[in-house]
Design a protein around this ligand. Structure first.
Ligand code: HEC
Length: 155
């Protein structure tokens, strides 16, 4: 076989493999996770942040850019997660995925956005989770929510 042709063929194959890499990560989800993320993605894909403080609005931009690269933004928006520690865990998990390109400064902004947003838009869900938590976990979570509000709410 002509070597130029082989190079083109191999290059093409590599491109196809790279392109399907992202899709494959999704295809390999276990049925339970697949059903859960499908349910999350059925909801709205944007959040009305018009009433949020300016800094949180800025963090929403980071969140919407970085967290919609591999799946719909509606996945995190409509997820069952609301506690600060749930968000730090999932953000870290997403940051570790190959090619996510999320710096630790961006991860922090996204954490602050999702913690703030959960305390407003998902308040009922957050309260329900806090009611089920141990007294110690409840205090930890409330402290973390308060830290974000103290940093961003107008005094
Ligand atoms: C590099 C690709 C990639 C990026 C970037 C990414 N995700 Fe994901 N995300 C995935 C994959 C793959 C899954 C499904 C498998 C899993 O949960 O690990 C997923 C699943 C999720 C889930 C559902 C978890 C569950 O099992 O219930 C949430 C919530 C989520 N992502 C939030 C985010 C947030 C928030 C960001 C931005 C910080 C983000 N994702 C950025 C690839 C990505």
């Amino acid at each position: 076989m002509n070597s130029k042709f082989t190079t083109v063929l191999l290059g093409g194959a590599a491109l196809i493999l790279a392109a399907t890499g992202m899709a494959r990560a999704e295809d390999q989800l276990d049925p339970e996770t697949k059903a859960r993320v499908d349910r999350f993605e059925k909801g709205p894909a944007t959040i009305d942040v018009s009433q949020y403080p300016d800094g949180i609005k800025d963090n929403y931009e980071t969140f919407s850019q970085k967290c919609s690269q591999c799946h719909k933004l509606s996945r995190p928006i409509n997820s069952d997660y609301a506690l600060p520690d749930e968000w730090s865990r999932y953000i870290k998990r997403m940051m570790h995925k190959p090619g996510s390109g999320i710096s630790s400064a961006e991860g922090k902004k996204i954490y602050e956005f999702l913690t703030y947003d959960s305390s407003v838009r998902k308040k009922a869900m957050l309260d329900e989770k806090l009611a089920k938590a141990t007294p110690e976990d409840k205090t930890t979570a409330e402290t973390k929510v308060k830290e974000v509000h103290d940093k961003y709410d107008k005094k």
